[in-house]
Ligand binder design. Structure first.
Ligand code: ADP
Ligand code: ASP
Ligand code: MG
Length: 401
Protein backbone atom coordinates (compact mmCIF):
# COMPACT_ATOMS: atom_id res chain seq x y z
CA UNK A 1 0.00 0.00 0.00
CA UNK A 2 1.24 3.46 -0.81
CA UNK A 3 1.14 6.23 -3.38
CA UNK A 4 1.95 5.28 -6.94
CA UNK A 5 2.34 7.56 -9.97
CA UNK A 6 1.96 5.79 -13.32
CA UNK A 7 2.67 7.56 -16.62
CA UNK A 8 1.57 6.33 -20.03
CA UNK A 9 3.00 7.71 -23.28
CA UNK A 10 1.30 8.34 -26.62
CA UNK A 11 1.51 4.82 -28.07
CA UNK A 12 0.26 3.32 -24.82
CA UNK A 13 -3.02 5.30 -25.04
CA UNK A 14 -3.32 5.54 -28.82
CA UNK A 15 -6.77 3.92 -29.22
CA UNK A 16 -9.70 2.49 -27.26
CA UNK A 17 -8.13 -0.94 -26.89
CA UNK A 18 -4.94 0.58 -25.48
CA UNK A 19 -6.93 2.88 -23.17
CA UNK A 20 -8.64 -0.17 -21.67
CA UNK A 21 -5.27 -1.90 -21.39
CA UNK A 22 -4.01 1.09 -19.38
CA UNK A 23 -7.23 1.17 -17.34
CA UNK A 24 -6.57 -2.45 -16.32
CA UNK A 25 -2.98 -1.73 -15.23
CA UNK A 26 -4.13 1.27 -13.21
CA UNK A 27 -7.09 -0.43 -11.54
CA UNK A 28 -4.98 -3.46 -10.65
CA UNK A 29 -2.59 -1.16 -8.79
CA UNK A 30 -5.51 0.62 -7.13
CA UNK A 31 -7.19 -2.66 -6.14
CA UNK A 32 -4.05 -3.56 -4.18
CA UNK A 33 -4.84 -0.64 -1.87
CA UNK A 34 -2.66 2.08 -3.41
CA UNK A 35 -3.55 5.68 -4.09
CA UNK A 36 -2.93 6.01 -7.83
CA UNK A 37 -2.23 9.17 -9.83
CA UNK A 38 -1.98 8.52 -13.57
CA UNK A 39 -0.24 10.92 -15.95
CA UNK A 40 -1.08 10.65 -19.64
CA UNK A 41 0.37 11.90 -22.91
CA UNK A 42 -1.70 12.78 -25.95
CA UNK A 43 -2.87 9.80 -28.03
CA UNK A 44 -0.48 8.57 -30.74
CA UNK A 45 0.70 11.38 -32.99
CA UNK A 46 -1.87 13.91 -31.74
CA UNK A 47 0.72 16.50 -30.67
CA UNK A 48 2.39 16.40 -34.11
CA UNK A 49 -1.00 16.74 -35.77
CA UNK A 50 -1.87 19.76 -33.62
CA UNK A 51 1.43 21.40 -34.60
CA UNK A 52 0.61 20.73 -38.27
CA UNK A 53 -2.81 22.33 -37.85
CA UNK A 54 -1.19 25.45 -36.43
CA UNK A 55 1.20 25.58 -39.40
CA UNK A 56 -1.81 25.60 -41.73
CA UNK A 57 -2.86 28.90 -40.15
CA UNK A 58 0.52 30.58 -40.45
CA UNK A 59 4.27 30.21 -40.08
CA UNK A 60 4.70 32.05 -36.79
CA UNK A 61 1.82 31.23 -34.44
CA UNK A 62 1.71 33.01 -31.11
CA UNK A 63 3.57 30.88 -28.53
CA UNK A 64 0.75 31.41 -26.06
CA UNK A 65 -1.88 30.06 -28.46
CA UNK A 66 0.45 27.24 -29.49
CA UNK A 67 0.52 26.03 -25.88
CA UNK A 68 -3.23 26.42 -25.54
CA UNK A 69 -3.57 24.22 -28.63
CA UNK A 70 -0.97 21.58 -27.76
CA UNK A 71 -2.37 21.10 -24.26
CA UNK A 72 -5.68 19.86 -25.70
CA UNK A 73 -4.12 16.55 -26.78
CA UNK A 74 -3.48 15.49 -23.20
CA UNK A 75 -6.91 16.75 -22.07
CA UNK A 76 -8.54 14.42 -24.55
CA UNK A 77 -6.60 11.33 -23.47
CA UNK A 78 -7.07 12.08 -19.75
CA UNK A 79 -10.83 12.35 -20.09
CA UNK A 80 -11.01 9.20 -22.28
CA UNK A 81 -8.88 7.20 -19.86
CA UNK A 82 -11.04 8.33 -16.94
CA UNK A 83 -14.09 7.12 -18.87
CA UNK A 84 -12.44 3.74 -19.49
CA UNK A 85 -11.52 3.38 -15.80
CA UNK A 86 -15.12 4.33 -14.94
CA UNK A 87 -16.35 1.62 -17.31
CA UNK A 88 -14.38 -0.94 -15.33
CA UNK A 89 -16.34 0.17 -12.27
CA UNK A 90 -13.73 2.21 -10.41
CA UNK A 91 -14.06 5.74 -8.97
CA UNK A 92 -11.97 8.19 -10.98
CA UNK A 93 -11.54 11.87 -11.86
CA UNK A 94 -9.51 13.44 -14.66
CA UNK A 95 -7.76 16.75 -13.98
CA UNK A 96 -6.03 19.22 -16.30
CA UNK A 97 -2.55 20.48 -15.44
CA UNK A 98 -4.15 23.55 -13.95
CA UNK A 99 -6.66 21.63 -11.81
CA UNK A 100 -3.89 19.32 -10.65
CA UNK A 101 -1.81 22.28 -9.40
CA UNK A 102 1.07 22.36 -11.90
CA UNK A 103 2.61 25.83 -11.66
CA UNK A 104 5.31 26.66 -14.20
CA UNK A 105 7.52 29.57 -15.19
CA UNK A 106 6.22 31.80 -17.96
CA UNK A 107 8.22 30.44 -20.93
CA UNK A 108 5.82 29.05 -23.50
CA UNK A 109 6.65 25.83 -25.30
CA UNK A 110 9.43 24.80 -22.96
CA UNK A 111 8.39 25.84 -19.49
CA UNK A 112 9.77 24.50 -16.25
CA UNK A 113 7.65 23.28 -13.36
CA UNK A 114 8.02 25.59 -10.36
CA UNK A 115 5.75 23.76 -7.95
CA UNK A 116 2.97 21.22 -7.86
CA UNK A 117 0.22 22.12 -5.42
CA UNK A 118 -1.19 18.66 -4.70
CA UNK A 119 -4.10 19.73 -2.47
CA UNK A 120 -6.73 18.83 -5.03
CA UNK A 121 -5.20 15.45 -5.80
CA UNK A 122 -4.88 14.63 -2.11
CA UNK A 123 -8.52 15.62 -1.67
CA UNK A 124 -9.48 13.17 -4.44
CA UNK A 125 -7.32 10.47 -2.83
CA UNK A 126 -9.22 11.16 0.40
CA UNK A 127 -12.40 10.30 -1.48
CA UNK A 128 -10.72 7.14 -2.80
CA UNK A 129 -10.69 8.37 -6.37
CA UNK A 130 -8.11 7.33 -8.92
CA UNK A 131 -6.79 10.55 -10.44
CA UNK A 132 -5.87 10.94 -14.12
CA UNK A 133 -3.75 14.01 -14.81
CA UNK A 134 -2.82 15.56 -18.15
CA UNK A 135 0.94 15.42 -18.68
CA UNK A 136 3.05 18.05 -20.47
CA UNK A 137 1.22 21.13 -19.15
CA UNK A 138 0.71 23.62 -16.37
CA UNK A 139 -0.17 27.26 -15.90
CA UNK A 140 2.08 30.25 -15.43
CA UNK A 141 1.67 33.23 -13.15
CA UNK A 142 -0.66 34.88 -15.63
CA UNK A 143 -2.96 31.82 -15.40
CA UNK A 144 -2.07 30.99 -19.00
CA UNK A 145 -1.56 27.42 -20.16
CA UNK A 146 2.08 26.43 -20.70
CA UNK A 147 3.66 23.23 -22.03
CA UNK A 148 6.88 21.60 -20.90
CA UNK A 149 8.63 20.81 -24.20
CA UNK A 150 8.31 17.68 -26.36
CA UNK A 151 8.32 14.52 -24.31
CA UNK A 152 7.51 16.54 -21.19
CA UNK A 153 4.88 14.23 -19.74
CA UNK A 154 7.66 12.19 -18.12
CA UNK A 155 8.62 15.32 -16.21
CA UNK A 156 5.00 15.90 -15.17
CA UNK A 157 4.94 12.39 -13.72
CA UNK A 158 8.21 12.72 -11.81
CA UNK A 159 7.29 16.18 -10.49
CA UNK A 160 3.98 14.80 -9.28
CA UNK A 161 5.68 11.79 -7.67
CA UNK A 162 8.08 14.14 -5.87
CA UNK A 163 5.29 16.46 -4.68
CA UNK A 164 3.11 13.56 -3.49
CA UNK A 165 6.15 11.85 -1.94
CA UNK A 166 5.05 8.80 -3.90
CA UNK A 167 6.55 5.41 -3.20
CA UNK A 168 7.02 4.70 -6.91
CA UNK A 169 6.95 6.51 -10.24
CA UNK A 170 6.44 4.12 -13.14
CA UNK A 171 6.95 5.29 -16.70
CA UNK A 172 5.07 2.87 -18.95
CA UNK A 173 6.07 3.03 -22.61
CA UNK A 174 6.36 1.06 -25.85
CA UNK A 175 9.68 -0.59 -24.95
CA UNK A 176 10.21 -2.74 -21.86
CA UNK A 177 12.98 -0.64 -20.33
CA UNK A 178 16.07 1.40 -20.98
CA UNK A 179 18.45 -0.28 -23.41
CA UNK A 180 22.15 0.14 -24.15
CA UNK A 181 20.98 1.98 -27.31
CA UNK A 182 17.68 2.72 -29.01
CA UNK A 183 16.49 -0.83 -29.80
CA UNK A 184 14.86 0.47 -32.98
CA UNK A 185 18.25 1.58 -34.35
CA UNK A 186 20.60 -0.97 -32.81
CA UNK A 187 19.29 -4.51 -33.10
CA UNK A 188 21.82 -5.89 -30.61
CA UNK A 189 20.87 -3.37 -27.89
CA UNK A 190 20.54 -4.96 -24.46
CA UNK A 191 18.04 -4.14 -21.76
CA UNK A 192 19.49 -2.71 -18.55
CA UNK A 193 18.12 -3.83 -15.17
CA UNK A 194 19.30 -0.59 -13.63
CA UNK A 195 21.03 2.64 -14.50
CA UNK A 196 22.16 5.58 -12.35
CA UNK A 197 20.39 8.93 -12.44
CA UNK A 198 23.58 10.52 -13.78
CA UNK A 199 24.01 8.05 -16.62
CA UNK A 200 20.32 8.24 -17.53
CA UNK A 201 20.46 12.03 -17.45
CA UNK A 202 23.38 12.02 -19.88
CA UNK A 203 21.70 9.48 -22.19
CA UNK A 204 18.43 11.44 -22.16
CA UNK A 205 20.19 14.75 -22.75
CA UNK A 206 22.21 13.19 -25.57
CA UNK A 207 19.14 12.05 -27.48
CA UNK A 208 17.70 8.86 -25.90
CA UNK A 209 14.09 10.05 -25.86
CA UNK A 210 12.89 7.16 -23.69
CA UNK A 211 12.89 9.67 -20.79
CA UNK A 212 12.60 13.47 -20.94
CA UNK A 213 15.93 14.71 -19.57
CA UNK A 214 14.34 17.07 -17.05
CA UNK A 215 12.37 14.17 -15.57
CA UNK A 216 15.65 12.46 -14.71
CA UNK A 217 17.14 15.65 -13.30
CA UNK A 218 14.11 16.00 -11.06
CA UNK A 219 14.07 12.33 -10.08
CA UNK A 220 17.68 12.66 -8.91
CA UNK A 221 17.02 15.88 -7.01
CA UNK A 222 14.07 14.43 -5.08
CA UNK A 223 15.29 10.79 -4.98
CA UNK A 224 12.21 9.58 -6.83
CA UNK A 225 12.02 5.81 -7.14
CA UNK A 226 11.79 5.68 -10.94
CA UNK A 227 11.16 2.74 -13.27
CA UNK A 228 10.74 2.48 -17.06
CA UNK A 229 8.61 -0.46 -18.16
CA UNK A 230 6.33 -1.78 -20.88
CA UNK A 231 2.62 -1.00 -20.97
CA UNK A 232 2.06 -4.08 -23.12
CA UNK A 233 4.07 -6.83 -21.45
CA UNK A 234 4.00 -7.57 -17.76
CA UNK A 235 7.64 -7.84 -16.76
CA UNK A 236 10.23 -5.91 -14.76
CA UNK A 237 11.62 -2.81 -16.46
CA UNK A 238 14.68 -0.68 -15.73
CA UNK A 239 15.26 0.94 -12.34
CA UNK A 240 16.80 4.40 -12.31
CA UNK A 241 18.61 5.04 -9.06
CA UNK A 242 21.54 6.70 -7.31
CA UNK A 243 24.05 3.84 -7.33
CA UNK A 244 24.31 0.84 -9.61
CA UNK A 245 27.00 -1.83 -9.43
CA UNK A 246 29.31 -0.96 -12.32
CA UNK A 247 30.28 -4.61 -12.93
CA UNK A 248 32.53 -4.85 -15.94
CA UNK A 249 30.45 -2.52 -18.02
CA UNK A 250 32.67 0.33 -19.19
CA UNK A 251 29.83 2.18 -20.81
CA UNK A 252 26.14 2.03 -20.14
CA UNK A 253 24.78 3.14 -23.46
CA UNK A 254 25.02 4.80 -26.85
CA UNK A 255 22.73 7.68 -27.87
CA UNK A 256 22.14 9.73 -30.97
CA UNK A 257 20.87 13.26 -31.38
CA UNK A 258 19.96 14.49 -34.86
CA UNK A 259 18.73 17.85 -33.59
CA UNK A 260 22.08 19.47 -34.22
CA UNK A 261 23.72 21.73 -36.82
CA UNK A 262 27.34 22.83 -37.09
CA UNK A 263 28.29 26.42 -37.78
CA UNK A 264 31.88 27.34 -38.63
CA UNK A 265 33.47 30.77 -38.79
CA UNK A 266 36.46 30.39 -41.04
CA UNK A 267 39.61 32.51 -41.23
CA UNK A 268 39.14 34.75 -38.20
CA UNK A 269 41.94 37.03 -37.04
CA UNK A 270 44.05 35.12 -34.46
CA UNK A 271 43.79 37.54 -31.55
CA UNK A 272 42.30 37.65 -28.02
CA UNK A 273 38.60 38.29 -27.42
CA UNK A 274 37.22 36.64 -30.55
CA UNK A 275 35.50 33.67 -28.88
CA UNK A 276 34.09 36.06 -26.30
CA UNK A 277 32.51 38.23 -29.01
CA UNK A 278 30.89 35.27 -30.75
CA UNK A 279 29.55 33.42 -27.76
CA UNK A 280 28.46 36.42 -25.71
CA UNK A 281 26.35 37.56 -28.65
CA UNK A 282 24.75 34.12 -28.98
CA UNK A 283 24.20 33.95 -25.22
CA UNK A 284 22.55 37.38 -25.18
CA UNK A 285 19.93 35.94 -27.57
CA UNK A 286 19.57 32.86 -25.36
CA UNK A 287 21.00 30.54 -28.01
CA UNK A 288 22.36 27.44 -26.40
CA UNK A 289 25.72 26.38 -27.84
CA UNK A 290 26.75 22.76 -27.35
CA UNK A 291 30.13 21.61 -28.68
CA UNK A 292 32.79 24.23 -29.47
CA UNK A 293 35.97 23.63 -31.42
CA UNK A 294 38.66 26.21 -32.09
CA UNK A 295 41.59 25.47 -34.34
CA UNK A 296 45.14 26.53 -33.53
CA UNK A 297 46.02 29.76 -35.30
CA UNK A 298 47.96 29.42 -38.53
CA UNK A 299 49.22 32.30 -40.72
CA UNK A 300 47.48 34.77 -38.37
CA UNK A 301 44.00 33.21 -38.70
CA UNK A 302 41.96 30.53 -36.98
CA UNK A 303 38.55 28.85 -37.28
CA UNK A 304 35.81 28.44 -34.68
CA UNK A 305 33.09 25.82 -35.07
CA UNK A 306 30.14 25.20 -32.76
CA UNK A 307 26.88 23.33 -32.73
CA UNK A 308 23.37 24.55 -31.97
CA UNK A 309 19.95 22.91 -32.25
CA UNK A 310 18.09 23.06 -35.58
CA UNK A 311 15.54 25.48 -34.19
CA UNK A 312 18.33 27.99 -33.49
CA UNK A 313 20.13 27.57 -36.82
CA UNK A 314 18.69 30.53 -38.69
CA UNK A 315 19.15 33.02 -35.86
CA UNK A 316 22.66 31.77 -35.02
CA UNK A 317 23.66 32.12 -38.68
CA UNK A 318 22.27 35.66 -38.88
CA UNK A 319 24.13 36.69 -35.73
CA UNK A 320 27.46 35.21 -36.81
CA UNK A 321 27.06 36.75 -40.27
CA UNK A 322 26.59 40.12 -38.55
CA UNK A 323 29.86 39.63 -36.68
CA UNK A 324 31.79 38.43 -39.73
CA UNK A 325 33.23 41.78 -40.63
CA UNK A 326 34.24 42.90 -37.15
CA UNK A 327 35.90 39.50 -36.63
CA UNK A 328 37.72 39.82 -39.93
CA UNK A 329 36.39 36.36 -40.86
CA UNK A 330 36.57 35.04 -44.42
CA UNK A 331 33.25 33.18 -44.33
CA UNK A 332 30.58 31.59 -42.18
CA UNK A 333 29.36 28.12 -43.16
CA UNK A 334 26.60 25.94 -41.82
CA UNK A 335 26.16 22.17 -42.09
CA UNK A 336 22.77 20.79 -41.15
CA UNK A 337 23.57 17.27 -42.32
CA UNK A 338 25.28 16.25 -39.09
CA UNK A 339 24.46 14.09 -36.09
CA UNK A 340 25.84 13.73 -32.58
CA UNK A 341 26.60 10.21 -31.41
CA UNK A 342 27.61 9.71 -27.79
CA UNK A 343 28.66 6.99 -25.38
CA UNK A 344 27.84 7.28 -21.69
CA UNK A 345 29.11 5.38 -18.68
CA UNK A 346 30.27 6.03 -15.13
CA UNK A 347 32.84 3.23 -15.64
CA UNK A 348 34.73 5.53 -18.00
CA UNK A 349 36.22 7.57 -15.17
CA UNK A 350 38.40 4.75 -13.89
CA UNK A 351 39.14 3.05 -17.20
CA UNK A 352 41.43 4.54 -19.81
CA UNK A 353 40.99 3.59 -23.43
CA UNK A 354 37.28 4.23 -23.88
CA UNK A 355 37.89 7.13 -26.24
CA UNK A 356 40.39 5.11 -28.26
CA UNK A 357 37.86 2.29 -28.59
CA UNK A 358 35.17 4.71 -29.81
CA UNK A 359 37.50 6.27 -32.37
CA UNK A 360 38.76 2.84 -33.43
CA UNK A 361 35.21 1.62 -34.06
CA UNK A 362 34.47 4.70 -36.17
CA UNK A 363 37.74 4.34 -38.11
CA UNK A 364 36.99 0.68 -38.88
CA UNK A 365 33.57 1.74 -40.16
CA UNK A 366 35.27 4.43 -42.27
CA UNK A 367 33.35 7.24 -40.54
CA UNK A 368 34.97 10.66 -40.36
CA UNK A 369 34.80 12.55 -37.04
CA UNK A 370 34.14 16.29 -37.36
CA UNK A 371 34.16 17.30 -33.70
CA UNK A 372 34.78 15.62 -30.35
CA UNK A 373 33.60 16.54 -26.86
CA UNK A 374 34.26 14.65 -23.64
CA UNK A 375 33.29 14.82 -20.00
CA UNK A 376 33.92 12.44 -17.09
CA UNK A 377 31.14 10.09 -18.10
CA UNK A 378 30.55 10.74 -21.80
CA UNK A 379 32.22 11.05 -25.18
CA UNK A 380 30.37 12.70 -28.06
CA UNK A 381 31.34 12.95 -31.72
CA UNK A 382 29.82 15.00 -34.49
CA UNK A 383 29.66 13.04 -37.71
CA UNK A 384 27.75 13.14 -41.01
CA UNK A 385 24.02 12.53 -40.56
CA UNK A 386 24.02 9.71 -43.11
CA UNK A 387 26.57 7.80 -41.00
CA UNK A 388 24.75 8.06 -37.68
CA UNK A 389 23.01 4.70 -37.60
CA UNK A 390 26.13 2.93 -38.83
CA UNK A 391 28.18 4.75 -36.18
CA UNK A 392 25.82 3.77 -33.38
CA UNK A 393 25.98 0.13 -34.37
CA UNK A 394 29.77 0.18 -34.82
CA UNK A 395 30.35 1.74 -31.40
CA UNK A 396 27.77 -0.51 -29.76
CA UNK A 397 29.41 -3.61 -31.25
CA UNK A 398 32.82 -2.50 -30.03
CA UNK A 399 31.66 -2.35 -26.40
CA UNK A 400 28.87 -4.89 -26.12
CA UNK A 401 29.42 -7.61 -28.69
P1 ADP B 1 6.35 7.57 -24.93
O1 ADP B 1 5.39 7.97 -25.99
O2 ADP B 1 5.88 6.40 -24.14
O3 ADP B 1 6.77 8.73 -24.08
P2 ADP B 1 8.82 7.77 -26.43
O4 ADP B 1 8.66 7.54 -27.89
O5 ADP B 1 8.96 9.15 -25.95
O6 ADP B 1 7.61 7.01 -25.70
O7 ADP B 1 10.07 6.94 -25.89
C1 ADP B 1 10.18 5.55 -26.14
C2 ADP B 1 11.10 5.32 -27.33
O8 ADP B 1 12.41 5.75 -26.98
C3 ADP B 1 11.28 3.88 -27.71
O9 ADP B 1 10.28 3.47 -28.60
C4 ADP B 1 12.68 3.85 -28.34
O10 ADP B 1 12.63 3.83 -29.75
C5 ADP B 1 13.30 5.17 -27.91
N1 ADP B 1 14.63 5.03 -27.29
C6 ADP B 1 15.71 5.81 -27.58
N2 ADP B 1 16.77 5.43 -26.88
C7 ADP B 1 16.38 4.39 -26.10
C8 ADP B 1 17.05 3.57 -25.14
N3 ADP B 1 18.33 3.75 -24.83
N4 ADP B 1 16.33 2.59 -24.53
C9 ADP B 1 15.03 2.41 -24.82
N5 ADP B 1 14.35 3.15 -25.72
C10 ADP B 1 15.00 4.14 -26.37
N1 ASP C 1 2.42 14.90 -26.06
C1 ASP C 1 3.68 15.56 -25.82
C2 ASP C 1 4.64 15.26 -26.96
O1 ASP C 1 4.30 14.55 -27.89
C3 ASP C 1 4.27 15.26 -24.50
C4 ASP C 1 4.67 13.81 -24.27
O2 ASP C 1 4.25 12.92 -25.00
O3 ASP C 1 5.41 13.56 -23.32
O4 ASP C 1 5.74 15.74 -26.95
MG1 MG D 1 8.20 10.23 -24.32
Amino acid sequence: MGIVVQKFGGTSVKNTERLFNVARIVTETYAKGNDVAVVVSAQGDTTDELIEKAKEIGDHPSPREMDALMATGEQMSAALLAMAIGQLGYPVKSLTGWQAGFETDSTYGNSRIRRVNVERIEHEFGKHNIVVVTGFQGINRYDDITTLGRGGSDTSAVALAAALKADRCQIFTDVDGVYTADPRLVKKAQKLDAITYDEMLELASLGAQVLHNRSVEMAKKYSVNLEVLSSLEKKPGTQIKEVVKVEKMLIRGVARDNDVVRISIVGIADQPGIAYQVFSLLASKKINVDIILQSIGRDGTKDISFTVSRGNMEQAMELTEELKESLGAQRVVCDDQVSKVSVVGAGMVANPGVAAKVFGALADANINIQMIATSEIKISVIIALQDSEKAMNAIHDAFFD
